[in-house]
Design a protein around this ligand. Sequence first.
Ligand code: TXA
Ligand code: MG
Length: 344
Amino acid sequence: MTDPESPDAEVIARAGEILRRGGLVAFPTETVYGLGGDALSPDASRKIYAAKGRPSDNPLIVHIADMDALWPIAAEVPEAAKRLAAAYWPGPLTMVFPKTSLVPPETSGGLPTVAVRMPSHPVAAALIRAAGGYIAAPSANASGRPSPTRAEHVREDMDGRINMILDGGPVEIGLESTIVDFTEPVPMILRPGFINLRMLREILGEVRTDPGILSANAGSVRPKAPGMRYRHYAPKAPLLIVEGTANAVTAEINRRAGEDISRGLAVGIIAAAETAGTYRNGLVREIGSRQTEEEIARHLFDVLRGFDEAGVDRIYSEAFDTPKLGMAIMNRLLRAAGHQVVKL
Ligand code: TXA
Ligand code: MG
């Protein structure tokens, strides 16, 4: 394991060398593990798509370690974006700008724009510098699976497909970065994350949210982040979200789980710490307390992967409309459920 606080210089140099030569290295960030390649190399980007089994029209985020690295790749950076960078970079925030010709179309999925993030994780920052300044990195999961929050998750999906995995232990946040599009007159949230609407409004004033964030593809609206089009985060078993008052939810999940189990099915249940004890049967996974929503965010993908390993046939989940991270948590959970929700 690489010390997440002060990464081993020799290991970073070796990983940087692999990236400079066009290879792939998975590495920890504060959000989720990334699958890195040289962002300025068309060939490295093609390798990333192949390793993930990802459609090549779904663009990659370019990771930088210093503000000076932004200007050569972003053609236009509005004042508002500079203020946002000053407030939240390095950190779990990605901004979309018109791109320059330095960013190959293979990296931007053919779009005229580029998504840029400056991660705060010391291993990520050191690796970006060692690689020459620009790492393209999607989440290091196989396409469609929950994003990896531990190195073991990366191994599950990527073993044998990439050159190296840097193990920095479990990540801190557990949900991917907030994506804000600055190519619109009013900045728009394309993907909610740890940097929430309130934090963005504080700096930017007016901010819009993509209508697809909490609804099933919002009819004819074309999602601006192409990745939001695809089935994602999905566990193998069908997942149903049950929404309502705590008592109604536990009663409904108990009733449905009881029926399933009497038909011979294995059932998984995602529950908050406050209600986990009220489920009578099924494999109950306590995701965290509603009082510490960061915990719920951190555990979500790991819990979803755990049900694949346990081989359950059906999964029920409580809804987690918590005050700060609720939008980000529910965006991932709804997509994992294919928007199957029962409202009581
Ligand atoms: O936290 C994160 O952002 C992680 C870590 C590794 O940094 N990365 C990550 O990358 O989540 P990925 O590829 O799994 O998700 C990137 C999302 C996709 O939905 C993609 O469509 C969108 O960002 N995206 C990338 N470039 C874009 C662009 N130019 N315009 C709009 N959306 C873009
Ligand atoms: Mg991803």
